[in-house]
Write a protein of this length. Structure first.
Length: 405
C-alpha cells in the first residue's frame, strides 16, 4: 500500500517522499510529504489524495501547527515552502499577490523597498508564511488601526479537498456557493481547503514612529488610560497592554505614526493625555518596548472582551496578559500543569461577563486532551455545514478546528 500510494502521489507531484520523524503535526506523525510548486500541482496532489482517501494537512514554516487541536489522523503533509513567489505587486494601487509559501518577513522586506507594508505584525505573524497567517488569522499590534487578516485579505485562491480550484475577491470574482472565501478561510486552520495564493491590501510605510508607555499598579487606571486614548483624536496605530502576572503592574503602550515633522508633538500630546485622563507619567521612545508584539510561551489562550470589561480582565485574568487592549483581543499565558483547565475556566468566566470568550490556542497535546479548547461557538452548526460542503469526507486537517471539524 505504501509503495503504491507513494507512486500515485508522484504522478501528481514529482517532489514526494516518505515522511521523517520531524514530519508531524502536534505530535501526530505523517506518512508522506509533498512539495508542490504551483496551485495546479496542489490541485493534482489533493485530487490524488482524495482518490486514495488520505488525510491531509498543509504546512508552511510549521511554526503554528500546534495551534488548535491535534489532527485525528494524518497521512500526507502538503508542504508549501517552495511556493514562495511574489506574483504581482501593483504599488500604485497598494495591492500585492503572493503564493502561500512566501514568508511574511520576506514579503515585508520586499514591500519596504517601495515604502509599503502589509499591516500584519508581531513575532507570531512575521515568523510564519502567508498561508499560515491566513489559516491562523494571526495579527499583531497594528490590528488596532488596520484590522485583522480578514480586513486586509482582498483575494484568495484555494484548492478544495477534491482538487477543485476556487478563487474569490481581488481581480477575479468566483465564489463557491456564494460564500466570501476570504473571510471563511481566515482562521479555519486548514480544515476547508489549502490556500495557495493571496491578494492583500497594503499601506504606506510611515516616515516616523513613536511609542508612548506608562506603567501603573492599578488595573482600573490602566483601563481608564486606554479608554481615554481610544476616545481621543490622536489616531494611534496600536494600543497595547502588558501585565506580567496577577497583582503586578500594567504597562500601557501606544504607537503613533506619521511624518517626521509632527511625530514628536503627537507623541507628547498622547503622553499629556495619559497624565490628564488617568494620572499616569508617560515615556516617549523611538523604539518599542521589548515585550511589544512578542508571543507568550505555550500554553496560552486568546481572550476577547468588550472595552468596558478591560479593567476586570486586567485585574482577574490568570497568568501573563498581553495584547491589543484597544481592540479587546489579548493573549493570556496559562499554567503548564494540571491547573491549566482551572485557569482556562477562570479566564472564560471573566470574558463571558463582558460578552467575550477565551480559546486555548496553544498547549502540549497531553494538556489539551479532555479540555474544551474553544468554548461556546454560536455558529457551530453553520460551520459544520461548511465543512460538509467543502470537505465531505473530512480529510483536511481533521479534528483540528472547533467542534471536531
Amino acid at each position: 500500500m505504501a509503495t503504491s500510494t507513494l507512486g500515485g502521489l508522484r504522478l501528481a507531484c514529482a517532489d514526494v517522499a516518505e515522511a521523517t520523524a520531524s514530519d508531524n503535526v502536534d505530535e501526530v506523525a505523517a506518512r508522506w510529504v509533498a512539495w508542490p510548486r504551483s496551485t495546479e500541482e496542489v490541485s493534482a496532489v489533493l485530487r490524488a489524495a482524495a482518490g486514495l482517501g488520505l488525510r491531509v494537512v498543509a504546512r508552511g514554516t510549521g511554526t503554528r501547527l500546534t495551534w488548535g487541536l491535534p489532527p485525528t489522523g494524518l497521512d500526507l503533509i502538503v508542504d508549501l515552502s517552495r511556493m514562495d513567489a511574489i506574483l504581482a505587486h501593483t504599488a500604485g494601487d497598494l495591492v500585492v499577490t503572493v503564493q502561500a509559501g512566501v514568508r511574511m518577513v520576506d514579503l515585508q522586506d520586499a514591500l519596504a523597498v517601495h515604502r509599503q507594508r502589509l499591516a500584519l505584525d508581531g513575532s507570531d505573524t512575521l515568523g510564519g508564511t502567508v498561508g499560515g497567517t491566513i489559516a491562523t488569522a494571526a495579527s499583531g499590534p497594528l490590528r488596532y488601526r488596520y484590522g485583522s487578516v480578514r480586513d486586509l485579505l482582498i483575494g484568495i485562491t484555494v484548492v478544495l479537498a477534491d482538487g477543485t480550484i476556487a478563487r474569490a475577491g481581488g481581480t477575479v470574482v468566483k465564489n463557491v456557493a456564494g460564500y466570501d472565501l476570504c473571510k471563511i478561510y481566515a482562521g479555519s486552520l486548514g480544515t476547508l481547503g489549502v490556500v495557495t495564493e493571496a491578494v492583500w491590501r497594503l499601506h504606506p510605510l510611515p516616515e516616523s514612529r513613536r511609542w508612548i508607555t506608562a506603567t501603573t499598579e492599578d488595573a482600573a487606571q490602566a483601563a481608564a488610560a486606554i479608554a481615554a486614548v481610544r476616545a481621543s483624536q490622536h489616531d494611534p496605530t496600536a494600543l497595547e497592554a502588558d501585565r506580567p502576572a496577577p497583582d503586578r503592574a500594567v504597562t500601557v503602550g501606544i504607537a503613533v505614526e506619521g511624518v517626521t515633522g509632527g511625530i514628536d508633538a503627537r507623541a507628547d500630546a498622547v503622553g499629556n493625555l495619559l497624565g490628564a485622563a488617568a494620572g499616569l507619567s508617560a515615556t516617549v521612545a523611538e523604539h518599542p518596548p521589548d515585550w511589544w508584539g512578542q508571543p507568550l510561551p505555550a500554553p496560552h489562550a486568546t481572550v476577547t472582551c468588550e472595552p468596558t470589561g478591560l479593567a476586570d480582565l486586567l485585574t482577574n485574568a490568570p497568568g501573563r496578559l498581553r495584547g491589543s487592549a484597544g481592540a479587546g483581543a489579548l493573549t493570556c499565558g496559562l499554567r503548564d500543569d494540571d491547573q491549566l483547565g482551572t485557569e482556562l475556566a477562570q479566564l472564560r468566566e471573566v470574558a463571558w461577563r463582558h460578552r467575550g470568550n477565551a480559546v486555548l490556542r496553544c498547549a502540549a497535546p497531553h494538556r489539551k486532551a479532555g479540555l474544551d479548547a474553544w468554548g461556546p461557538v454560536p455558529a457551530l452548526t453553520l460551520m459544520r455545514r461548511l465543512k460538509d460542503q467543502f470537505d465531505p469526507d473530512h480529510r483536511l486537517a481533521p479534528g483540528r478546528f472547533v467542534g471536531g471539524i
